[in-house]
Design a protein around this ligand. Structure first.
Ligand code: NDP
Ligand code: 2IT
Length: 458
C-alpha cells in the first residue's frame, strides 16, 4: 500500500513541479490520485503502462487570442482555451466557461474531472474543457455575439462531431451556444448539428438538456437520501448559485416536496421563508440577466402589495452556508464551500451534500463531511447529468431523431441512478462503504485505464 502511495505522490509532485501556478489542477489531481491506491494494488499493470503519468497530461492544449470590438468601438483582447484531455472513451467532450477567473489551470482541472465524469456516465465520451477570461456580465447581446464569433473562428479548426464536442458551463448558455453554432456553420458550410451540445431544441438541441444538470444532481441526492431512509419531502434545502444548475436543482427539489430556502450569486444570497419562487427566479436570472437582489426587491414589493408580511431577506456579501439546512447543494463554482462552512453545516445538522458545481468543496470541507458521517456526493458523479444528456443530444443528432422530454428525462434518471449505484458498489468492493468519493474516482478511472491499456502507449 505504501509503495503505491509513493508512486502516486511522485506523480502529484511532478504535476506540481511542471506547472506550479495551477493550484486548482493540483487540487483535482491530488483528490483523485489520493483515492486510487487500492485500485492500483489490484492492477499494477496500469502503473507499469504509465497510465497515471498519461492521465494527468492533457493530450492537447490549445491557447489562442480572441480579439473583438466592443460597442464603444474599442478593441478588446481575451484569451481562449481548449484542453483536449483524454480521448480514450470517445471524442473530447466538455463545456466552455466564460468567466474573468478563467486561466489554463482552471480549464485543466475541469478537463481532468470531466474525463472521469464522462467515464461514469457509461456513454462513449472522452473528456475536455475550454473557455475564455471574457466576462459576459454587463455586455450587450451584440458584444457577446462578436466575441463568440471571434472565439469560434479559431476554435472551429480544432473541433468536430467525431473530434471534440463543446457545450456550456459558467457564462455559456443557450444564447452563447447559438452564436457559436452559427459561426461554426458559416465557417464550415455544413450543418453539423453534433459539433456542439446545449443547442436550442428547435435546431438540433435535446429537450431536457437545459434542466439536466440540476435535475440530475437532485436525482443523485434523492438516491443518497434513500440510502439513509430519507427523502426530499419537507426537508430544508440550501442551493448556492442562481444560474443554470441552481435553477433546475431548485425546480426538481421543489417537485419532490423540498423547502428550498435560499439561493445565491457572487454578490450575496436570498432567503425566502415561503420557499424560492421558481418563476420569479427564472424571470430575474434567465430572462433579465439581473442580480439576485432584484429577486428580493420584487418579492418584497409583491408581499407589500398583497398586505402580507415580507418573507424574503437579501444578505449582501453574506455566506449562504451559515443557514441551517438538512441538504446542501453547492451549484455555483469551485472552492465555494470551505472547511469552516462544512463545520457550520455539520453543527446545524446537514445530512446530505451533493455537488452540482465542479469541485465546490475544498479538500478540508470534503474531509470534514466524511469524518462527520455526512453523505457526500462529489461533482463528477452528482453533476454528470448535464454531460449525460449532452451525450444523448449527440445520439439524437447522429440518428436525426428527436426524443420527447419524458424520454430524455427517463434516460437521465436511469443514468443518475446507475452512477449512484456504481459509486456505492465500488466503494463496497474496496471496503469503504458509503464513500462516494472513492467509488466515483475508482469506477471512473478504471474504465479509462482499461481502455488506455488496450489502445497501447499513445
Ligand atoms: P451559470 O453561469 O449559469 O451560473 C453560475 C452561478 O454561479 C451564478 O449564479 C454565478 O453568480 C455563480 N458564480 C459563478 N462564479 C462565482 C464565484 N466566483 N463566486 C460566487 N458565485 C459565482 O453556470 P452553471 O449554473 O452552468 O454552472 C454552475 C456550476 O456547475 C459550475 O461549477 C459548472 O462548472 C458546473 N456544471 C455545469 C454544468 C452545466 O451543464 N451547465 C454541468 C456540470 C457542472 P454571478 O452571476 O454573480 O457570477
Ligand atoms: O461540467 C460539465 O459537465 C459541463 N459543463 C457539461 C459538459 C457538457 O459537455 O455537456
Amino acid at each position: 500500500m505504501s509503495q503505491m502511495s509513493n508512486v502516486l505522490d511522485a506523480v502529484v509532485a511532478r504535476v506540481v513541479a511542471r506547472d506550479p501556478h495551477e493550484p486548482e489542477f493540483h487540487q483535482a489531481v491530488r483528490e483523485v490520485l489520493g483515492t486510487l491506491s487500492p485500485a492500483l494494488e489490484r492492477h499494477p499493470e496500469y502503473v507499469e503502462a504509465g497510465i497515471l503519468e498519461r492521465l494527468v497530461e492533457p493530450e492537447r492544449v490549445i491557447l489562442f487570442r480572441v480579439p473583438w470590438v466592443d460597442d464603444a468601438g474599442h478593441t478588446q483582447v481575451n484569451r481562449g482555451f481548449r484542453v483536449q484531455f483524454n480521448s480514450a472513451l470517445g471524442p473530447y467532450k466538455g463545456g466552455l466557461r466564460f468567466h474573468p477567473s478563467v486561466n489554463l489551470g482552471i480549464i485543466k482541472f475541469l478537463g481532468f474531472e470531466q474525463v472521469l465524469k464522462n467515464s461514469l456516465t457509461g456513454l462513449p465520451l472522452g473528456g475536455g474543457k475550454g473557455g475564455s477570461d471574457f466576462d459576459p456580465h454587463g455586455r450587450s447581446d451584440a458584444e457577446v455575439m462578436r466575441f463568440a464569433q471571434s472565439f469560434m473562428t479559431e476554435l472551429s479548426r480544432h473541433i468536430g462531431e467525431q473530434v471534440d464536442v463543446p457545450a456550456g458551463d459558467i457564462g455559456v448558455g443557450g444564447r452563447e451556444i447559438g452564436y457559436l453554432f452559427g459561426q461554426y456553420k458559416r465557417l464550415n458550410n455544413s450543418y453539423s448539428s453534433g459539433v456542439l451540445t446545449g443547442k436550442n431544441p428547435e435546431w438540433g438541441g435535446s429537450l431536457a438538456r437545459t434542466q439536466a444538470t440540476g435535475y440530475g444532481t437532485v436525482i443523485f441526492a434523492q438516491e443518497m437520501l434513500r440510502g439513509r431512509g430519507l427523502s426530499f419531502d419537507g426537508r430544508r434545502v440550501t442551493i448556492s448559485g442562481a444560474g443554470n444548475v441552481a435553477i433546475y436543482a431548485t425546480a426538481k427539489a421543489q417537485a419532490l416536496g423540498a423547502h428550498v430556502q435560499a439561493v445565491s450569486d457572487s454578490s450575496g444570497y436570498v432567503v425566502d421563508e415561503d420557499g424560492i419562487d421558481l418563476e420569479l427566479l427564472r424571470q430575474v436570472k434567465e430572462v433579465e440577466r439581473a442580480r439576485l437582489s432584484v429577486y428580493a426587491e420584487r418579492r418584497a414589493a409583491s408581499s407589500a402589495a398583497s398586505g402580507s408580511a415580507t418573507a424574503v431577506r437579501y444578505v449582501a456579501g453574506g455566506n449562504i452556508w451559515d443557514l441551517p439546512a438538512d441538504i446542501a447543494l453547492p451549484c455555483a463554482t469551485q472552492n465555494e464551500l470551505t472547511e469552516a462552512d462544512a463545520e457550520t453545516l455539520i453543527r446545524n445538522g446537514v445530512q446530505v451534500v451533493a455537488e452540482g458545481a465542479n469541485m465546490p468543496s475544498t479538500p478540508g470541507a470534503l474531509a470534514a463531511f466524511q469524518a462527520a458521517g455526512v453523505s457526500f456526493g462529489p461533482g463528477k458523479a452528482a453533476n454528470a447529468g448535464g454531460v449525460a444528456v449532452s451525450g444523448l443530444e449527440m445520439a439524437q443528432n447522429a440518428s436525426r431523431d428527436h426524443w420527447t422530454f419524458e424520454q430524455v428525462e427517463a434516460k437521465l434518471t436511469d443514468i443518475m441512478v446507475a452512477i449512484h449505484n456504481t459509486c456505492l458498489a465500488t466503494a463496497d468492493e474496496y471496503g469503504t462503504p458509503g464513500n462516494y468519493v472513492l467509488g466515483a474516482n475508482i469506477a471512473g478511472f478504471t474504465k479509462v485505464a482499461r481502455t488506455m491499456l488496450a489502445h497501447g502507449v499513445i
